[in-house]
Design a binder for this molecule. Structure first.
Ligand code: HEM
Length: 117
């Protein structure tokens, strides 16, 4: 399950940048399709994340990890929507970077899967 989770969020990040890139180069239709696929990946991240969460003895660190994971997903979605409306998204980008670094740290410092920190 940990590998499915890793694959899901890794592909989601790629799809996010592809959708942004397509939008920036004026390919609205492509950007929209990739955005739809990305939303499917949000569900996969949530599904695998919650399955991991309920497969262990939950403690506060896991709850925090899950909350920050949700924060990352919210930022991905909000950045794409704001960018498509041609609105400023700099605060969201800062939040995205902070949340992503935090979730990677928390994920890799918790016992399941890769244990880096
Ligand atoms: C884009 C959002 C997310 C990212 C980038 C992310 C990233 C990660 C990473 C790097 C790991 C560690 C993998 C490993 O140790 O090999 C992990 C594990 C985990 N994630 Fe996420 N995650 C995200 C969303 C979520 C969500 C929404 C939930 C819960 C609903 C969740 C729950 C978990 C749990 C329970 C683990 C196991 C912790 C452990 O390593 O012991 N994640 N995630």
């Amino acid at each position: 399950m940990i590998h499915a989770h890793m694959t899901a969020w890794f592909l989601a990040l790629i799809l996010f940048f592809v959708s942004l890139g397509l939008h920036k180069s004026g390919k609205e239709k492509g950007a929209k399709i990739v955005h739809m696929v990305l939303r499917l990946f949000y569900l996969l991240i949530l599904l695998t994340g919650f399955m991991l969460l309920f497969s262990i003895n939950i403690n506060m660190m896991y709850v925090l990890k899950a909350a920050v994971g949700l924060w990352v997903i919210a930022m991905l979605e909000m950045i794409l929507i704001r960018t498509k409306k041609n609105e400023k998204a700099s605060i969201l980008w800062i939040q995205f970077i902070v949340a992503l670094l935090l979730v990677l740290y928390l994920g890799f410092s918790l016992p399941l899967g890769t244990y880096l920190f």
